[in-house]
Write a protein that binds this ligand. Structure first.
Ligand SMILES: C[S@@+](CC[C@H](N)C(=O)[O-])C[C@H]1O[C@@H](n2cnc3c(N)ncnc32)[C@H](O)[C@@H]1O
Length: 338
């Protein structure tokens, strides 16, 4: 944060203090500040009045965020959007606001507070913090579940273009998105490829919110929405089974069960498309390695190396055919029925 001080101690301190940035962004995103600045600069007092917040405290948050380039402050305590701040707008093409809201919420950082326990005991931090797993928690706390779903949708919107660029979906007749959340990726695929049909499959309470999004993209008539449990079965008959950020949520045993369900459902010449990270070489890949820690904390799952993906595919009845990197720091790992 202090660009002029490049001493290792100063740079390390910036990393140590990173949670403060997360919380300040959480506040700005929760209050919808970027949307309020969409039409031009506004004073912090004005923003405080509209958001019903304490003016001096809101000002202190906004000026701190301006110091790291999220907003720009003028001499009269007026704030404007910057290219960073723009990404907090709810209508941003690649929105980050829902992610800031999600990771700033107590159930999220409380789980991270148990990372040291996880390292000492190998136990799942989220379960230690909340006495249940992530999915049970979201099912029992619909507001938190909805925030999670919005964060996943925003991530899919940020990644959709890169995925569409790296993979030709035109070759498929029916794409089944297993654990597809509220359908953001499928909506982008269907909007680009008019000949493709799709099935969106996720937990019933998650897909309940999907229709509206699919309608907004004008693709609802080509997408069947199915609620269910991927440990039991997935919709059958697709010639592409998409699993984006699903298998990393689970240890090998459960991930194998999900893959076997896909194997039972997939057409004989169908393709498995796993969209996930691959663990990078030593000293590289902070994104995938911190995502791996996120799995350690939140779901009890893991990111995987290429070799681990090959072994998992084989256990699930697939052979790994190719792995194509995308511009969005995920790979499309393609498999075929073995
Ligand atoms: C990390 S999110 C990924 C969502 C989406 N694929 C994406 O990339 O945005 C994992 C998804 O798995 C779904 N899920 C978890 N357990 C499930 C189950 N037993 N059956 C079906 N879906 C499940 C969750 O509801 C959630 O939408």
């Amino acid at each position: 944060m202090n660009a002029s001080d490049q001493r290792p101690s100063a740079r390390l301190l910036d990393l140590v203090n990173g949670f403060k940035v997360s919380q300040a962004l959480y506040v700005a995103a929760t209050l919808g500040i970027a949307d309020l600045l969409k039409d031009g600069p506004r004073s912090s007092d004005d923003l405080a009045a509209v958001t019903g917040t304490h003016p001096p405290s809101l000002y202190r948050v906004l000026r701190a965020l301006a110091s790291i380039g999220v907003f720009r402050e003028d001499a009269n305590q007026r704030f404007a959007l910057t290219p960073f701040g723009d990404c907090l707008r709810s209508d941003a093409p690649e929105p980050v606001g829902p992610w800031a809201v999600y990771i700033g919420q107590p159930e999220y950082w409380q789980a991270w507070g148990h990372l040291l326990n996880s390292v000492r005991t190998g136990e799942h931090a989220f379960r230690q913090a909340h006495a249940m797993n992530t999915w049970e928690y979201y099912a029992r706390n619909p507001d938190a579940g909805a925030a999670f779903d919005r964060a996943m949708t925003s991530r899919s919107r940020r990644q959709a273009n890169a995925v569409l660029k790296a993979c030709d979906f035109e070759r498929f007749a029916c794409v089944v998105d297993v654990g597809g959340g509220q359908g953001a990726l499928l909506a982008a695929i269907l909007a680009k490829h008019q000949s493709v049909r799709a099935v969106l499959f996720d937990q019933p309470q998650v897909v309940a919110g999907a229709e509206q999004l699919l309608r907004a993209f004008g693709v609802a008539d080509r997408c069947r929405i199915v609620g269910g449990d991927f440990f039991e079965a997935v919709p059958n008959g697709g010639d592409a089974y998409l699993l984006k950020f699903i298998l990393h949520d689970w240890e090998d045993e459960q991930a194998t069960t999900i893959l076997r369900a896909c194997r039972r459902g997939i057409a004989p010449k169908g393709k498995l498309l796993v969209i996930e990270s691959e663990i990078s070489a030593p000293n590289e890949g902070a994104t995938d390695k911190f995502l791996d820690l996120t799995m350690l904390v939140h779901t009890g799952g893991r990111e995987r190396t290429r070799e681990e993906w090959m072994a998992l595919f084989a256990a699930g009845g697939f052979r790994l055919v190719s792995a194509t990197p995308t511009e969005a720091q995920v790979s499309i790992i393609e498999g075929a029925p073995a």
